[in-house]
Every structure is written in C-alpha cells, then in structure tokens.
Design a protein around this ligand. Structure first.
Ligand SMILES: C[S@@+](CC[C@H](N)C(=O)[O-])C[C@H]1O[C@@H](n2cnc3c(N)ncnc32)[C@H](O)[C@@H]1O
Length: 492
C-alpha cells in the first residue's frame, strides 16, 4: 500500500516537475487528452496522428497484368525511355500565359534600350522584334501537350504507374484512417490515364464503390487501362472479365449537373491543362461534380505546389461574399481543406517560407518489369490537397508535420504547420516533456499529424526566437544534445 502511494506521489511529482520545466522556459506542449487516454492501453507507435503507410505495393493482380503486357509487347530501351519521361514530367510547368509573354517581351525590349518601338523605322523594329523573340524562346517555358499514343502509354506505365498509385493510395489511406466510417459509392477520375487512382480506390474502398467514371482524352490510355484490368481467364467482351467492375471509360466529363460523385480525383493531370482560365473552369466543374471529397495531386515540385495553391485559393473562395478579385469564383458550394492543411487561411509557405513547396514523401515498391532490374524501394515526392464540401467541423484539429523530424540526442525537432496557419518548430526533450508526448513525436514522421491540443510559448521566448535564424537554432540544438524544451513560432 505504502509502495503504491509512494509511486503515485513520485509520478505526481514528475508531472509537476515537467510542467514547471516547461513553464520556466516558456513552452507548453500538451497531448490531446483523447489520445493520452488511448495511450494508456496502446503503443505510441500507432498513435492516431500516424497516417503515413510504410511502403506501398501495387496490387498483385495489377503487377501480374503489367508483366504480361511487357511480355507481349517489347519496347526497346524501355527503362531509359521511362526515366526520360519521368524526368520530363517532374520538370513540367504550367503553360506560360499570354499576359506573361507580353510582360516578358516588354522587359527584353527595354533591356535592349528601347521603351517605345513605335517610333522606329520598320527595318529596325523588325530587328528588335527578332531579338526579343529569340530571348523569349530561350528564357520562357514552352509548354506542349503530350500525345499519349500506344507506345507512349507503355513508357508511361513503366515511368509513372507505381509512384502515382503510391501517392493516391497514401491520400485515400489518410481519409480512411481519419474517417473509418466513410463509405464512398462513386468516383470520378479526371485524366484517369492507366487507372492508378481506380486501383487505389479499389484497394481501400472495394466494398462500397460501385461506379468509377474515368475521363481521359487518350484512346490509347483507355485501351491499356482496360487491358490492365483483365482477369487471367479474360475472353474479351464480357464486363465480368474485368478485375474491378463498374468502370466507365469516357472522353468527356458528364454533362448533367445532377451527376455527382462521392470522390472526385485529379491525379497529376492539372499541368496538362493548356491555360490558367481552362484550369480554373475545370476545377469549377470538378468541384460541382463533387459530393464529398475533391482530391488533387501533383508532383512535389514548386510548380506542382503552386498549381495546387491556385486551386486551393479558388475553391476556398466559394461561398465567401467578400472575396472580390474574381466574383465568379465565389459562386458554388462552400468547402474546407481536409488535408494536408489543418486550417483554411493562406498557406504560410506561400507567403513566408522562401519559395519552399509544401510536399510529402511516400515509399513504394517499383514495378517489376520482366527482364530488367529494379530497386527494392523508391520514394515519391508529391504535393496534395483534399478539399471537402461543407464548413469546417468544430473540434480539435492536429497540426501537420511538414518536414523530416530531426532525431537528436535526447530531443526531437518537429516542424509543424499549425492549426492557426503558422509554421512552428517544436523541440521536445525527454527531460522536460511528458513521456507520452516525447514518445509520440518519436514515432511521428513527415506527413503525419502530431496529436497535440495545445502548443504555447511565452512572449519573451517568442521575441528571443524571432531574433534567431532557423539555421542558428538548429546548430545550437545539434551542439547541445540536452537542450531544453523549445518552441519556435516562425510566423505571427
Ligand atoms: C500525367 S497523366 C496522369 C494519368 C493518371 N491520372 C495517373 O495518375 O497515372 C495525364 C492524363 O491526363 C490526360 N489528359 C490531358 N488533357 C486532358 C483533358 N483535357 N481531358 C481529359 N484528360 C486529359 C492525358 O491523356 C493523360 O492520360
């Protein structure tokens, strides 16, 4: 009895000491009480903020069909062509707008020493125009639509099937983990290509989804996507011969405004749209076709991130009367960001983080192509956005870990996008924090959510922190393995 009492007193004292230590250095990081309660019986290795699958593999039946396709049709230098296409797609940008071309032309004309070319004689004007054209050709991005014919689709399959599947699987997995009761019945996939999204939806929501509406301009993409769905005993015409039933391949989006889908997806397709105006129109249609979730995924480059931010700003303007820059955008049903942001204010990285894209990483097993060697695992870097219809529900939201968690001696450094729309860096140490919060941070990775209900810092600490640069702080904490608990508010 007395031993029990003693243990309780010691644990009370420890809690008190930790709290005091946090307060003395001005930092309080509190675990969400609902999570703290679950950690009594379960391990922090599986805390509910963890939404990052370890490694993603293609479904076995898909992998088998892919191997069969490459056995039937040999493509010379397939791997070389695939890596060239993958690099091209990674560096793909949005098309340059006419207004930007005009702006750049004016800039180069002025750089050549001319502000007004209208007073020049026609010969000289022509010469200047040629020089400016050459400059534009050299410095501006030349966007071209990609034509996916039969051969190109086979190269695309080798280049992008596994990473695109990994990214959409990761995003859907998050929805499933956060909303275990969610049972979608219909999916619209814009720019469906070879069906990576269909396969991922089927892997996670096979029981409930009855209809997949796949829109793509390329007939060759539709053909190969269907070939990948064949059951081993496939005879041809019968829909029962396909592994996933209920798939409709179409060239256009459904016209009727009444046709809507529980999940609408655009996986790596927005950079294929030929202008800003067309992209905005498309997003408007996709949003109107969405009953619940709109999922947008692009590659993890700055360009992919900007494309998603364009979409985010546009959709979040819906239903808001005061947004004046484009009244057209305000029409339509209201929505909020389900993931990755835990807030609906402007992305802090967009305004204050020195052009660093908000992106995430997912490990995946690459395709096995007969007769070629492949890596055991690879990593896909991508940006994503999950928008949900309706207004943001009340209740605690957890901040998102937006870069690699730094593991240091006796402390962890965690960079968060906080629920108030600010970036924060939290340093959690064994000494100054409650055991469970330290253990939770230990198992949390880039892309996960940190299940905390409160993060606070004292104003004196904030002042000190603002005076120090990011790198200085990191160096300090590296040198001193046992630093105190620190929380940096990077943006205010
Ligand atoms: C980069 S691929 C992405 C394919 C697929 N979403 C995936 O994850 O593998 C882009 C796809 O968009 C299609 N696409 C391009 N412009 C389109 C348009 N205006 N309407 C429908 N599909 C389009 C292309 O044919 C291509 O299949």
């Amino acid at each position: 009895m007395s031993r029990l009492w003693k243990r309780e007193r010691v644990s009370q004292f420890m809690k008190f000491a930790q709290r005091l230590a946090q307060l003395r250095c001005g930092h309080v990081v509190e675990l969400d009480p609902s999570v703290a309660a679950t950690l009594e019986s379960s391990s922090p290795r599986r805390h509910p903020g963890i939404i990052q699958p370890k490694i993603i593999r293609l479904p076995e039946s898909l992998q088998k069909n892919i191997s069969n396709v490459y056995r039937e049709q040999r493509i010379p230098n397939l791997q070389l062509q695939a890596s060239a296409l993958a690099n091209y797609l990674k560096s793909r940008k949005r098309p340059v707008e006419n207004s930007d071309v005009r702006e750049a032309a004016r800039y180069y004309t002025e750089k050549l020493g001319y502000t007004d070319t209208s007073k020049l004689d026609p010969e000289e004007e022509k010469k200047i125009a040629t020089k400016v054209k050459n400059k534009l050709r050299k410095h501006l991005y030349h966007w071209k639509p990609i034509s996916y014919d039969e051969k190109m689709c086979l190269v695309y399959l080798a280049a992008r099937m596994a990473p695109n599947y990994a990214a959409i699987f990761r995003v859907l997995y998050e929805i499933k983990r956060r909303l275990p009761g969610f049972q979608p019945s219909s999916v619209l996939d814009f720019g469906s290509g070879l069906g990576s999204s269909v396969w991922a939806v089927n892997s996670l929501f096979q029981e409930s989804v009855k209809e997949y509406y796949c829109v793509d301009v390329s007939q060759a993409m539709h053909n190969l996507a269907e070939r990948l769905l064949w059951k081993p005993q496939h005879k041809g015409e019968n829909a029962d011969d396909l592994i996933i039933p209920g798939i409709y391949h179409r060239f256009f989006l459904p016209v009727s405004p009444k046709t809507t889908f529980d999940i609408t997806i655009s996986n790596n397709s927005l950079l294929e749209i030929q202008s800003h105006e067309e992209r905005m129109k498309l997003l408007d249609i996709l949003w109107n076709k969405t009953k619940d979730f709109l999922i947008l995924i692009e590659n993890g480059s700055l360009e992919g991130y900007y494309t998603l931010m364009e979409a985010r700003n546009m959709i979040l303007a819906k239903g808001q009367n005061e947004v004046s820059f484009n009244p057209e955008w305000c029409k339509g049903e209201e929505g909020y960001v389900f993931a990755p942001c835990s807030h609906d204010v402007i992305c802090p990285r967009l305004v204050k983080d020195n052009f660093r894209p908000c992106n995430f990483e997912q490990k995946y097993e690459p395709l096995h192509i007969p007769g070629t060697k492949s890596q055991v695992k690879e990593t896909e870097r991508f940006s994503y956005l999950v928008l949900r219809k309706g207004s943001r529900p009340e209740g605690t939201v957890w901040p998102r870990v937006i870069s690699e968690v730094l593991l240091r001696a006796r402390h962890r450094v965690c960079r968060l996008c906080h629920t108030d729309g600010n970036l924060r860096e939290v340093i959690v140490t064994k000494k100054k924090h409650e055991k469970n919060i330290y253990r939770c941070v230990r198992y949390t990775q880039w892309g996960d959510m940190l299940p905390v209900s409160r993060i606070e810092s004292s104003s004196s600490e904030e002042r000190k922190v603002r005076e120090q640069s990011d790198d200085e702080m990191k160096d300090d904490s590296n040198e001193d393995g046992d630093t105190d608990v620190e929380l940096r508010d990077e943006e205010r």
